[in-house]
Ligand binder design. Structure first.
Ligand SMILES: Cc1cc2nc3c(=O)[nH]c(=O)nc-3n(C[C@H](O)[C@H](O)[C@H](O)COP(=O)(O)O)c2cc1C
Length: 254
């Protein structure tokens, strides 16, 4: 099985998203999958300008074709058996670069409107490239609750339906800021082991088991929300200390 992971964090490797994707892919490789990771920021993507050149002038080819590395990335996207969308939660949605990547997949479809082949009553664009494919979502966020992912998950589920991809589910990590910290990595060995386990299960069994998913959803830190707030504030204080930010500039609203 060929797996493509898209890392939509602008922080690339110094990121919670990457630190989640890495063990997940390790588990997949241990189960026999071939894996590739694309750090979207490295593609230096131009934004889609809505010119529809890829539909009407040079069907299947973007007007930006020579300007960035999207065409090569699309080859990987079109041939993968499983595409993992990895994105930090940005303003309750995906990161800007992940959205740019997805917008730039427009050359994959044709302009015509037809009934959706599988969903009665729903309109569809015929695909130039279709491969029975699977997708899943991996996302960390800063707030400690799962609710914040609601619209992100709905978006990726809907996109999967509209691209005729099988949606394998999501691995979400609220309160994840610390996952990106190099000095704290030792605290997360259990979590990373669970992600490896999840990766193996996806390849061997087709999805993450309910037991593994329940373990993955447990809090990373004990002590509840107040302890989490205090830890989080300590982290940001430390960051401001690094830059010697004056005390009176640290709290502008209270
Ligand atoms: C521009 C921006 C917007 C963000 N929006 C949210 C948000 O809506 N909800 C949330 O819980 N965290 C939000 N965060 C925090 C990130 O989701 C969190 O730090 C995440 O762990 C970053 O992942 P990364 O290290 O892979 O980039 C935001 C961060 C940035 C930089």
């Amino acid at each position: 099985m060929k797996v493509l992971a898209l890392n939509g964090s602008p922080r690339m490797k110094a990121s919670s998203t990457y630190n989640m994707l890495k063990p997940l892919l390790e588990g997949m490789r241990a189960a026999g999958a071939e894996t590739e990771i694309i750090h979207i920021r490295k593609l230096n993507l131009e934004a889609c300008i809505g010119c529809y050149t890829c539909w009407v002038r040079t069907p299947g080819e973007c007007v930006h074709k020579e300007k960035d590395s999207m065409a090569t990335a699309l080859e990987s996207y079109n041939t993968a058996d499983l595409v993992i969308f990895g994105t930090p939660l940005y303003h309750f949605s995906m990161s800007g670069i992940m959205k740019t990547f997805i917008d730039r997949t427009l050359p994959r479809i044709e302009p015509w409107l037809i009934p959706h082949p599988d969903i009665p009553g729903v309109t569809f664009h015929p695909e130039r490239f279709h491969k029975p494919n699977k997708t899943m979502l991996v996302s960390p966020c800063g707030f400690p609750e799962f609710d914040h992912f609601e619209s992100l998950v709905a978006t990726f589920k809907h996109m999967a339906r509209m691209e005729r991809f099988e949606y394998l589910g999501e691995i979400l990590r609220p309160g994840a800021e610390a996952l990106s910290s190099r000095s704290l990595q030792g605290l997360f060995t259990n979590y990373y082991d669970l992600l490896r386990q999840a990766g193996e299960q996806i390849i061997c069994e087709g999805s993450v088991s309910d037991e593994t998913q329940a373990e993955l959803r447990k809090d990373l830190f004990p002590g509840g929300k107040q302890a989490f707030y205090e830890m989080s504030s300590a982290y940001w204080e430390e960051q401001m200390d690094r830059f010697k930010v004056l005390e009176e500039l640290r709290h502008t609203t209270q």
